[in-house]
Design a protein around this ligand. Structure first.
Ligand code: GUN
Length: 298
């Protein structure tokens, strides 16, 4: 069969465009004497990935014109101390939204911390109120990775109605919300959705039946060429840091898709890096802007 020429879903380019749009809006808010959106981020410990992501979020805030505050704790911070900081941010009228970067050290309950955040400032969309509202299609903060993927599909006018979408992975922050959104009566959405995970059987057959595959397993190069139908749309959420001797940082971000095998079969595919990653950060910025404008909750 003739090889199909695939198109990249360029998250880097789309996020740059969105950044420009938001910077213009913030400039207008400033000119009109309105309140500058303010995002605070709590970082615990020194996980390399988390430090990089939070630094990137803070940098993007400044580029757009938002105010940002970084609050760092050592690994041994107590749950009580962390909860006190959450409470302080909940009650700080200047802070429009804030995030607690995950994962947290084992001695701290992530669920307890998430539930302590005022849902009106929960720009990560992790609080049960936001998750619940999302699942029944009410206005809310949608978590950044799924929201970024939807925006990417939308800006490339990817057809989704009636398509079979396979979501690989069932995490609370990607797989579950992604499946919920892809089945929603909306665009992008209106898909027939199948969720597969580490205990699924017939995974290959499921994937071969898919028009759209969203891979969020965290298993480097899991999706191979023989698991993908000709013309499929592939979204790769994986960002595993693999040791590398050729990059300055000493690692290379590796997706969940074996790109060289899969890409020639696709109509559209996200690269790693430069696909879902930048869309995740820019979606957090979008939520921050909505929080600043009190567009979702008063
Ligand atoms: N860890 C991995 N992804 C995320 C995210 O979107 N937000 C936060 N707070 N932590 C994460």
């Amino acid at each position: 069969m003739e090889e199909q020429h695939y198109q990249l879903l360029d998250g880097k380019a789309v996020s740059a465009q969105m950044k420009k749009e938001m910077a213009e809006e913030v400039a207008q808010i400033k000119a009109a004497g309105g309140k500058i959106p303010h995002l605070a981020a709590i970082l615990v410990g020194h996980d390399g990935g988390s430090e990089t992501y939070v630094a990137s979020k803070v940098k993007t805030c400044l580029e757009i014109g938002f105010k940002s505050t970084l609050i760092s704790f050592e690994e041994d911070v107590t749950e009580d101390e962390l909860l006190r900081k959450v409470d302080e941010l909940n009650n700080d009228p200047d802070v429009d939204g804030f995030i607690v970067q995950l994962p947290l050290p084992k001695h701290i309950s992530e669920q307890k911390v998430i539930e302590a955040i005022d849902y009106r400032k929960d720009v990560d969309g992790f609080h049960p109120i936001n998750v619940g509202r999302m699942s029944i299609g009410l206005p809310c903060f949608v978590s950044a990775t799924p929201a970024g993927i939807l925006e990417l599909l939308k800006r490339y006018h990817i057809e989704t109605q009636g398509k079979h979408c396979v979501v690989l992975g069932r995490s609370n922050i990607v797989g579950k919300p992604m499946a919920t959104l892809m089945m929603q009566k909306a665009y992008p959405g209106d898909c027939t959705v199948t969720v597969c995970h580490s205990r699924s059987k017939n995974l290959k057959e499921m994937c071969l039946a898919a028009d759209i595959i969203i891979v969020a397993l965290g298993v480097p190069e899991f999706l191979k060429g023989d698991m993908v139908k000709e013309g499929a749309v592939i979204v790769d959420v994986g960002t595993t840091r693999m040791p590398s001797s050729v990059t300055k940082s000493g690692f290379k971000l590796t997706g969940d898709v074996l790109f060289n095998e899969v890409a020639p079969k696709c109509s559209y595919i996200t690269p790693v890096p430069g696909g879902v990653g930048p869309m995740t950060i820019i979606s957090l910025m979008r939520n921050t802007l909505l929080a600043g404008k009190k567009a979702i909750y008063k």
